[in-house]
Design a binder for this molecule. Structure first.
Ligand SMILES: Cc1cc2nc3c(=O)[nH]c(=O)nc-3n(C[C@H](O)[C@H](O)[C@H](O)COP(=O)(O)OP(=O)(O)OC[C@H]3O[C@@H](n4cnc5c(N)ncnc54)[C@H](O)[C@@H]3O)c2cc1C
Length: 479
């Protein structure tokens, strides 16, 4: 393995991605230590078995207990709850007004606005939940700023803002001049942009571990260190593990990118990696660039770069690289090259932080759907439920998914269960091996094209054509 360039100033845990849990989760486990729940040993029965102890699984358990406190609920988690992306993400709980293009294309304007409003409610509800349950997940609603970093993004920005106006929600997204962008965060890379008021930052590790505590207090049985190895739908459903099985009337698959290994769901997603680097504390540098408002920020790339501040004056900076892979392996957590790519993006955007070391880094898988949007639904024979396809934007949508899945399990006909992304016509990726090859090639082409555009170069013609392929094939991915 080649050492990262010295100019990137990577130190400490940033040099050993994957060897330790994310900085968020380490903070959360130190703040609220809780013993791991023992693995399943033997056979149990339940009303509902949930596979996956991230936000989707735990919110589903939470909303089930809200509706029916005496329901027998079992959660199986192969790691510890929050050990996956729910405890490793950027902590952007962001609205869907920037997803209007896809939502309107798929479902029409009225349904798209309804979906956006539902996500907005989820963002507020996450804040309320944290407050009510004493979780202290650093919830702060300061909005989301998009920053233009290449000419190619100017049109995207205009179209995004225009669409919010067209659907009657002009207050949700507004254009910003270069001066307005740089007044919020003065990076020489930023040329202009847009502001979405619907965006809150959270400390995701604290949130997911707090949610775990709440559902445990409500009597949900969690088995950690327990990998589900098989599923028979039944009914009743039977979920098998190495040392026992759970028989339940209903099963919920809350698997995120691991769904690539499950035949019921595998063609609905491809798994891409995303990595985050974290600076040392540097509150004085943040003050110097005027980034003291806590805004979430990203650029417009498909290989999105996203960044935010922490309460103690650091920048967490994600994305810009990563890989597509057929199975979830170490490449999603231990990839030093992806860390280097994230660090390069950071150094490009924040030259005034050159002396500030990047002292932590971690990564995880993202479940990219063909539409860039998640779907929630029911599988045959009617007692299996799933939510997936968050495409790197799941912090707020998993809260909505939890409500939908609880409604579907309980057979409740609610406004939430009637949202357009519930049981839509399935969009599928091609079968293997084409899916993996295609995803890997297109992902690298997109990164290469976007890097060229950012550097003011014309992308290589072939690369450009490959990067545009998903759109040509009817997927709502890439530009
Ligand atoms: C680096 C990174 C940054 C991100 N940043 C953001 C962001 O800023 N904002 C945002 O909205 N989204 C972000 N995301 C995406 C977000 O984290 C996810 O969409 C969200 O956490 C999905 O929650 P989940 O519960 O569905 O999945 P997960 O948190 O992945 O939970 C699924 C769980 O299932 C478990 N599991 C898998 N297979 C099995 C099995 N066979 N048996 C038992 N357990 C199993 C896994 O261990 C995992 O814990 C980011 C993701 C990554 C990787």
């Amino acid at each position: 393995m080649t050492a990262p360039p010295a100019a990137l100033n990577l130190t400490g845990h940033a040099l050993t991605p994957g060897a330790q849990r994310s900085w968020w989760l380490r903070e959360a486990l130190a703040h609220e230590p809780a013993p791991d729940r023992p693995p399943l040993a033997g056979d149990v029965t339940a009303d509902v078995v949930i596979v996956g102890g991230g936000f989707t699984g735990l919110w589903t358990a939470y909303f089930l207990t809200e509706a029916q406190p005496d329901l027998g609920i079992v959660v199986l988690e192969q790691d510890i709850c929050g050990g996956g992306p729910s405890g490793r993400n950027g902590g952007f709980a962001s609205g869907w007004w920037d997803e209007l293009d896809g939502l309107v294309t798929l479902y029409g304007a009225e349904a798209a606005v309804k979906a956006c409003r539902a996500i907005s409610e989820s963002i507020s509800a996450i804040g309320q939940f944290s407050w009510t349950n004493g979780i202290g997940a650093w919830f702060k609603k300061s909005g989301y700023m998009y920053a233009i970093t290449a000419d190619a993004h100017e049109k995207l920005c205009e179209e995004m803002v225009a669409l919010a106006r067209e659907v009657g929600a002009p207050e949700e997204l507004r254009e910003l001049t270069a001066a307005e962008v740089r007044a919020r965060c003065d990076s020489p890379a930023f040329r202009g942009g847009a502001f979405m008021r619907d965006g809150a930052s959270v400390q995701p590790g604290l949130l997911v571990r707090g949610l775990r505590r709440v559902v445990l207090e409500r009597g949900v049985k969690i088995f950690e260190g327990t990998t589900a190895t098989g599923l028979e739908a039944g009914p009743p459903a039977l979920v098998t593990t190495a040392r026992g099985a759970v028989r339940a009337k209903h099963a919920v698959l809350a698997l995120n990118a691991w769904a690539t290994g499950w035949p019921q769901l595998e063609r609905r997603l491809v798994a891409w990696s995303s990595y985050i680097v974290l600076t040392a504390r540097a509150p004085e540098k943040l003050a110097a660039i005027g980034w003291t408002g806590g805004e979430l920020i990203s650029d417009f790339r498909t290989s999105l770069r996203y960044f935010r501040t922490t309460r103690d004056g650091r920048i967490a900076f994600g994305g810009g690289g990563g890989r597509a892979r057929p199975t979830i392996d170490n490449a999603f957590t231990h990839d030093a090259r992806a860390v280097t790519e994230a660090a390069q993006g950071f150094r490009l955007m924040f030259p005034s932080f050159a002396e500030v070391p990047l002292e932590d880094a971690w990564g995880g898988p993202i479940d990219v759907s063909p539409t860039h949007l998640p779907v929630f639904g029911t599988l045959e024979p009617g007692n299996l439920f799933y939510a997936l396809g968050y495409t790197g934007n799941g912090v707020a949508p998993t809260h909505l998914a939890g409500q939908v899945l609880a409604d579907l399990v309980l057979g409740r006909d609610t406004d939430t269960a009637r949202l357009p992304m519930v049981n839509p016509v399935p969009h599928l990726f091609p079968p293997q091996p084409f899916r993996s090859w295609g995803a890997a090639v297109v992902r690298r082409a997109m990164i290469s094209k976007e890097t060229a555009e950012e550097q003011g170069r014309r992308p290589n013609l072939l690369i450009d054509q490959i990067a545009r392929m998903p759109r040509r094939m009817g997927y709502l991915l890439g530009h």
